[in-house]
Design a protein around this ligand. Structure first.
Ligand code: BTN
Length: 330
């Protein structure tokens, strides 16, 4: 919200009044210190209220009451305190897919760390050509632009690194059991609560950009999911039996992501591997892994520093870097 003069003014007023939540600020003093008419302050307040800010307005004073739980740039940026990730924010109401917009922007020169968010997606994409159900106002849909200097073969670990940052962020918002289902699903109580779609563009063995897309089911009720997903999907709201703050969850994730990404660039998953393993839902399980028309089966014994799943069968250990895993019950 910082295009027009009025929007800039609304931003300035917001930062003044939210420093003292619950405490009235006089319109006269604002008008004097900002060198503007009281009428302009009133117009800026209308902008803020339209965005969902709760502001008490008495004749001579205004009081900050609460911010909306909306994915708007001002709220995402507020006290985010990251250095790279989310320093530039493109927040939309509704888009086809934030991953597509982020990819176009990355191609157009947008720097590493820029994020694209949306309140709703009309053509949200999941892995393997699936649809990512993205209703308005209940989920977090975000894509992060990365321009890493490593070779494309190191990219698979990024999904696991992202999953770790996400699982740890979600743990802050629920007492439910949060797990990572390699390579890109986050489960709560065994049901899918978030997914990650990493898409890479490379030329001549050099990564041009990677788009890390994350979809989180936050305030969905069971009936908000299509019938075929109701038994396998969940949300923080379903797990907690109350709503969670989408904006705080997004910010927690971005902060975690920045830390993990910095570590990852230095030594892939080496320093975070123990935590990855602690969150892993597949460790020790007998699984079947499909990629293309091939199937591999065995017991999951490890996730290595590149993010590969290590499967053991007949005493032989094999690393697998992609595929669709299902647990085989004995
Ligand atoms: C999956 O579990 O299959 C991955 C889901 C990824 C969904 C996110 S939502 C934000 C970003 N934009 C998309 O179109 N997809 C990802």
């Amino acid at each position: 919200m910082n295009n027009s003069h009025l929007e800039k003014l609304a931003d300035t007023i917001l930062s003044r009044i939210r420093r003292r939540p619950g405490r009235p600020v006089s319109i006269k003093s604002l008008s004097r210190s900002l060198k503007i008419e009281a009428g302009e302050i009133r117009a800026a307040l209308t902008v803020l209220k339209t965005l969902g800010y709760k502001i008490r307005h008495r004749k001579e004073t205004i009081t900050f009451v609460a911010a909306p739980d909306s994915l708007i740039d001002t709220e995402i940026a507020y006290q985010l305190a990251t250095k790279v990730i989310g320093r530039r924010i493109r927040a939309y109401r509704s888009v086809k897919s934030t991953n597509d917009i982020a990819a176009q922007m990355a191609q157009g020169g947008e720097p590493e760390g820029t994020i694209v968010t949306a309140e709703a997606q009309t053509a949200g994409r999941g892995r393997l050509g699936r649809v990512w159900h993205s209703p308005a106002g209940s989920g977090v849909y975000v894509s992060i632009i990365l321009k890493p200097s490593f070779k494309p073969d190191l990219a698979p670990g990024l999904a696991i690194m992202t999953a770790l940052a996400l699982a740890e962020a979600m743990t802050v918002f629920t007492k439910g059991e949060v797990k990572i289902k390699w390579p890109n699903d986050i489960l709560i109580g065994g049901r899918k609560a978030a997914g990650i779609l990493t898409e890479l563009s490379a030329e001549k063995n050099k990564v041009e950009h990677v788009i890390v897309g994350v979809g989180i089911n936050v305030n969905h009720r069971s009936e908000d999911f299509p019938a075929e997903l109701q038994k396998i999907a969940t949300s923080l709201r379903i797990a907690n039996r109350r709503k969670a703050s989408r904006i705080n969850l997004l910010k927690q994730f971005l902060r975690n992501f920045e830390k993990e990404y910095r570590r990852y660039q230095k030594g892939q998953l080496a320093t975070s591997r123990k935590r990855v393993l602690r969150f892993s839902s597949l460790l020790g399980e007998n699984v079947e892994l499909r990629f293309g028309n091939k199937t591999v089966s065995g017991r999951v014994v490890d996730i290595d520093a590149t993010g590969a799943l290590i499967i053991e069968k007949d005493g032989i250990r094999r690393p697998v870097t992609s595929g669709e895993v299902s647990v085989v019950k004995a």
